[in-house]
Write a protein that binds this ligand. Structure first.
Ligand code: PEP
Ligand code: MN
Length: 345
C-alpha cells in the first residue's frame, strides 16, 4: 500500500508515520516529491490490514496496491523511472539505452575493435560476458575476472558504461568491482538469492525475462531487487520458448507496452537472443523502437565465424551501423532520440 501524506505535514509527522510502520514489522520507502510525500509500505500487508493507519496525524489517504508487485507497479509510481547507468547515460523516460558488443569477452584486441565500431555507430552502453551461462558444460564458459578487467579497460578508454552478466550470488561483489550495470540472464531471472544480492548494491540491473516467464513473473523478480533497496532496474525482453524451431526464441514485442502499462520501469528489447538470426534482428530492432522500447540490445562481432559464443546471431559492425541509422529515423517519428555517434553533430 501507499500512504499519501497531507501537504504541509511536518518532518516530525512523517518520521512518526514511518516509525509506526516499522513498529508493525514492515519496511518503508519514502519518496519526497515537490508537491507531496508518499510512503510505500514494503512487506506482508496483512500485518497492517486492521491497523487504523488513517488515524495517524499527517496521513491523508491509504491507497492499496492490488498487484502482487508493489514497488514495481505503475500504481506506486506514475512517472517513468529514469535509470542512471553511469558515465552520464540514462535509460527510461525518453532516454534510450543502445547496448551493443560481443556475446563473450574473448580478448583485448577484438573487444576494442568491436567496441570502437559500436560506439562509432552510436551505441552508448558496451556489453560483453565474462561469465557465460552455456547450455553445455563443455562450451566456452567465459574469461572470468580477466574478462571483467578487459571490459572495464575498454569501457574506460571509450568512455562507455559497461554491462556484464552475473550468474551467482557469490560473484556479485567481484563483478561489482568492475561493472557499471549487472545483467541477470534469462536462466537466472528467478534465482532469488541472486536478485536479493544485487538488490543490496547501488548498481543498475538489466533483468532479462526468463524463457517461460510471464510479465507478472518478470515484475515479481524486479520487485525482489527493488525491495532490497536498489531502484535501478531495467527490464529486458529476449524472447520466450515456442514450438517454432525456425527462430531461436519467440520475440514477444507486446510485452513492451504491456509492461509499461503495469510498471514504471524501463524495458529494453534484445532481438539477438530473441530471434538468433542476423536477418531478423534489424526488422525486430526497428519494431522494438516503434513499440516504445527504452533501448535495444544487440550482439555484434567483427568475425562471427570465430566468435566463442553466439557467433551465428552476431551482426557485423557495418550491419549494426546500418540498423542504428534506421532506428534513429524510427525514434524521431516518435519524438525520441537515439544518441548520435561520438564526434558527429
Ligand atoms: C547474453 O546476453 O549473452 C545471454 C546469455 O542472454 P540470455 O540470458 O537472454 O540468454
Ligand atoms: Mn549471447
Amino acid at each position: 500500500m501507499i500512504i499519501v501524506v497531507r501537504p504541509n505535514s511536518t518532518q516530525e509527522q512523517i518520521d512518526h508515520i514511518v516509525a509506526h510502520i516499522h513498529s508493525l514489522g514492515l519496511r518503508t520507502d519514502v519518496s519526497q516529491g515537490i508537491k507531496r510525500t508518499v510512503i510505500g509500505v514494503i512487506g506482508e500487508e496483512d500485518l497492517v490490514r486492521n491497523a487504523p493507519l488513517a488515524a495517524i496525524p499527517g496521513v491523508e489517504e491509504i491507497v492499496p496496491i492490488l498487484k502482487p508487485y508493489k514497488l514495481a507497479s505503475r500504481e506506486y509510481q506514475k512517472e517513468d523511472s529514469v535509470i542512471d547507468v553511469g558515465r552520464g547515460v540514462k535509460v527510461g523516460g525518453g532516454y534510450l539505452g543502445m547496448i551493443a558488443g560481443p556475446c563473450a569477452i574473448e580478448g583485448r584486441e577484438i573487444l576494442f575493435e568491436i567496441a570502437s565500431a559500436v560506439k562509432a555507430a552510436g551505441a552508448n552502453i558496451l556489453r560483453g560476458g565474462a561469465y557465460k551461462p552455456r547450455t553445455s558444460p563443455y562450451s566456452f564458459q567465459g574469461l572470468g575476472e580477466d574478462g571483467l578487467k578487459l571490459l572495464r579497460e575498454v569501457g574506460d578508454e571509450l568512455e562507455m558504461p559497461i554491462v556484464t552478466e552475473v550468474m551467482d550470488p557469490r560473484q556479485v561483489a567481484l563483478v561489482d568491482k568492475y561493472t557499471d550495470m549487472f545483467q541477470i540472464g534469462a536462466r537466472n531471472m528467478q534465482n532469488f538469492n541472486l536478485l536479493n544480492e544485487v538488490g543490496q548494491t547501488k548498481r543498475a540491473v538489466l533483468l532479462k525475462r526468463g524463457m517461460s516467464a510471464t510479465v507478472a513473473d518478470l515484475l515479481m523478480s524486479a520487485e525482489y531487487i527493488l525491495a532490497g533497496g536498489n531502484k535501478k532496474v531495467i527490464l529486458c525482453e529476449r524472447g520466450v520458448k515456442s514450438f517454432d524451431s525456425s527462430t531461436r526464441n519467440l520475440l514477444d514485442l507486446s510485452i513492451v507496452p504491456n509492461a509499461k502499462g503495469l510498471s514504471h520501469l524501463p524495458i529494453i528489447v534484445d532481438p539477438s537472443h530473441a530471434t538468433g538470426r542476423p536477418d531478423l534482428i534489424p526488422p525486430m530492432a526497428l519494431a522494438a523502437v516503434a513499440a516504445g522500447a527504452d533501448g535495444v540490445h544487440i550482439e555484434v562481432h567483427s568475425c562471427p565465424e570465430k566468435a566463442m559464443s553466439d557467433g551465428p546471431q552476431a551482426l557485423l559492425p557495418h550491419q549494426y551501423a546500418a540498423v542504428m541509422n534506421q532506428m534513429r529515423q524510427v525514434a524521431e517519428i516518435f519524438h525520441r532520440t537515439i544518441p548520435v555517434p561520438h564526434g558527429k553533430a
